[in-house]
Design a protein around this ligand. Structure first.
Ligand SMILES: [Zn+2]
Ligand SMILES: [Zn+2]
Ligand SMILES: [Zn+2]
Length: 99
């Protein structure tokens, strides 16, 4: 895993945070989740790899949306699937560009 901004992260204008604290797919099937991630391309909030259904990873692979943000309160980081890149951002940077 690398740290720092990949080209996908640099293209993000505004970091999307979860609209609701729930996995959009798990609620449809009545499944449980562990942690939540928000897709930075379409804004869907989905569950992490510790969850039984791993909806965030499935979504990234299936649709090709590269970057997710943690949707957990108090966590401020982004992860890019194709680059395996991870970066943290300033809390006050929420809603503004990463640069
Ligand atoms: Zn990337
Ligand atoms: Zn889910
Ligand atoms: Zn998406």
């Amino acid at each position: 895993m690398q740290t720092g901004l990949c080209s996908h992260m640099q293209a993000i204008e505004t970091i999307k945070r979860a609209k609701r604290q729930q996995c959009d797919e798990c609620v449809k099937i009545g499944a449980q989740w562990v942690h939540l991630r928000t897709c930075q391309e379409c804004g869907k909030t989905l569950c992490c790899d510790s969850s039984p259904n791993r909806h965030a990873t499935k979504h990234a692979r299936a649709i090709g949306h590269p970057v997710i943000a943690s949707a957990e309160p108090g966590e401020y980081w982004l992860y890019c699937y194709p680059d395996d890149a991870f970066t943290e951002y300033e809390r006050q940077g929420f809603g503004s560009p990463l640069r």
